[in-house]
Structure formats: C-alpha cells, structure tokens
Design a protein around this ligand. Structure first.
Ligand code: FMN
Length: 333
C-alpha cells in the first residue's frame, strides 16, 4: 500500500484516479475502478440529461459501495449544456467528490463546497492551479502536454509542469498525462505529486465501454500515434492519429476556420465510431501514453500491477541504488 495525502483525503486505498472521460466514464468502468481501491469519476456530460446522470450514479452504486466521484467539464460551446442542472443532480445524489475541468469553475466550486463536496480541479498550467487553489478547491490534478484531451496552449510536458506546480501548490496534487504503470507512479511521487490521474490507460482495459478495435489500436500504437488538433483555434486537443485527425490538421494548416472542420469533429460522429468499431470514422481522444500501453488487462489487474511495480521499484531498484552508494563510501573510507 502506498499512502499519500491523496489517499488520506479521499479515503481510497491507492494514489490513482481515473479522470472524467467523455463517452467512456460510465458505471461499467467507474465501479471496477472503485472496487479496485482507486478513485473513478463518472463523466456528467456523457449522460444526455441531468436525470440520466442521476440514474447513472444509482447504477454505479449498485455495482460498488466504495467512494467514486463525478466529473463536470466546462468547455466553450455554441449551445452550452445546462451546467447548473447537472451540478444540482450531482449534489442531490449525495456525491461527495467532484472533478471539475475547464473554464471558470468558480460558481460550481462554490456550490459544491457549500454542500460539503470535495473538489479536485483539473488544469494544465501552474497559474490555473494556483487560481483554483485560491477558489478553495481541495486538490489539483495537473495535465502535462502529453495528456489526452485538452493540454492547454503552453506545451509544457509533465516532467517540468509537475515539479513546477509542486513548488507552488499547497493542496494535494495529482500528476496527470502520460501515466500507465508503476514507473510513472513512482516518478510522479518523486516529482512532488500525491498520486496519478490516468485516462487513456483506463480505455485499454477489459471493462472500458468502447469497441475492442480501439483497444487493439492503442496496444499496437507507438508514442507518435497522436495529433494535436484545434491548435489554430486556441483550443488544442490531443487525439488519436487517424484519417480524420490528419484531415483536420491539413485543413488547419491551410488556415481554414472552425466551420470548415466542424462536420469532421462532431461529438456524435466520434461516438458512432466508438460504438461501431470504425476507428477512422471520427476523432477519438488518446494521449501519447499509447506508446507504453501493451496489453488490455482488467481494471483490477491494472491497478494491482501498478502498485506492485511501484513498490518493487521503491524497495528494490531505488533502495538498492542507495545501498550501493553507501557501500561505495564505506569502501572509500
Ligand atoms: C477518451 C477520453 C475522453 C476524455 N474526456 C474528458 C472529459 O470529458 N473531461 C475531462 O476533464 N477530461 C477528459 N479526458 C482527459 C482525462 O480525464 C485525463 O485528464 C487524461 O486522459 C490524462 O492523460 P492520459 O490519457 O495520458 O492519462 C478524456 C480522456 C480520454 C482518453
């Protein structure tokens, strides 16, 4: 067992979270994550209505009695979803942990905090982490440039972003983006984080509710198999490289406006692909970490494996190196 400020604060066995994932963060994935002792998040906006979210929370509770949370992602949108109603559904369902992500979370944070809910805010820059801390969030999750989804516009990889944030953030912090195994967990802890948040790695598990073809492609992919799209619209997103992402990149290079790519990147189109198994039908979110995903384990197998590998690394490899140094100095004396 690895105990950190994160495990203590959120009452979970392991310093591992499964962040919100559009179309993937459903009961089928979140319950096994909770049962394995990590912290899973249902994705509020994956449910078509706040009422459907209430039902999904109840469905998850039938599958686990361990803690789990709900993610609410606030992104710029032409027709914004009814955020306040989703928030209300989360509060009324008695959820105790929320992951917020995206722009201007203040009113949501205030309301969740007023109802005794712990908030982890996910962000991509030290300055945003500090502003969330000032807003009163309980913990931060910080996504490096390698992450799946929205890495922001600063392009700072985790190796710099995590210690830079750890230097300044006082509340517990999860390192996010690029984590898949025990090596990553130990590295994150060494860099000053209190645990890791993973997205892509959880998509390549037996329980992830997406078509097997996506899981197989992730296993076959190397670390170059993603594209950054929407860079020219200042809303960068890291997605799996496929026919559609390449077309979007090409159109953006030509300087085309968003209207010219909108039909390619529609959420509904991505969802159709995830269901049918056509990996070139729409865009789908994945991080550079696909390059170190080599299998499709169960969620429990994945989490147990990460902890075992991390413990072995600390006890044997790292501890062993210290002993060697001590031996050397005693030999020298
Ligand atoms: C399929 C998929 C969908 C995602 N959707 C969301 C989302 O709706 N809201 C959100 O805050 N993050 C979303 N993310 C980001 C993850 O929560 C997490 O921050 C990210 O995957 C971490 O990087 P990693 O994939 O390298 O582990 C998504 C990630 C994936 C893989």
């Amino acid at each position: 067992m690895i105990k950190t400020r994160f495990t203590e604060m959120f009452g979970v066995d392991h310093p591992i979270a499964q962040g919100g994932m559009m179309w993937v963060g459903k009961a089928e994935l979140v319950a096994p994550v909770a049962n394995a002792g990590a912290l899973g998040f249902l994705t509020a906006l994956t449910q078509p209505t706040p009422e459907a979210l209430t039902k999904e929370i109840a469905r998850t509770r039938e599958m686990t009695d361990k803690p789990f949370g709900v993610n609410i992602t606030i992104l710029p949108s032409i027709n914004p979803p009814p955020y306040a109603e989703y928030r209300q559904a989360i509060i009324e369902a008695g959820i105790k942990i929320v992951e917020t992500a995206g722009y201007k979370p203040q009113e949501h944070v205030d309301d969740f905090k007023a109802h005794g809910i712990k908030v982890i805010h996910k962000c991509t820059a030290v300055r945003h982490a500090l502003s969330a801390e000032r807003m009163g969030v309980d913990a931060i999750s910080i996504d490096g440039f390698e992450c799946a989804g929205h890495p922001g516009e600063d392009d700072i990889p985790g190796l710099i972003l995590i210690p830079a944030a750890a230097n300044k953030v006082k509340v517990p912090m999860l390192a996010s983006g690029g984590f898949a195994d025990g090596r990553g967990l130990v590295a994150a802890l060494a860099l000053g984080a209190d645990g890791i948040n993973m997205g892509t790695r959880f998509c390549a598990t037996q329980e992830a509710p997406i078509h097997e073809n996506f899981k197989k492609i992730m296993v076959e992919s190397d670390e170059r198999a993603t594209d950054i799209i929407f860079r020219t619209y200042k809303n960068s997103a890291r997605v799996a490289r496929n026919a559609i992402s390449q077309e979007v990149v090409r159109l953006e290079r030509e300087g085309r406006p968003f209207e010219d790519v909108a039909h390619l990147v529609k959420g509904a189109r991505g969802l159709e692909g995830l269901i049918s198994g056509d990996t070139d039908h729409g865009i789908w979110t994945a991080g550079s970490v696909v390059g170190i995903i080599n299998d499709i384990p169960t969620v429990k197998g994945l989490i147990d494996g990460i902890i075992e590998q991390a413990e072995a690394l600390i006890r044997q490899r790292l501890e062993g190196m210290l002993t060697t140094l001590e031996n050397r100095s005693s030999q020298a004396a």
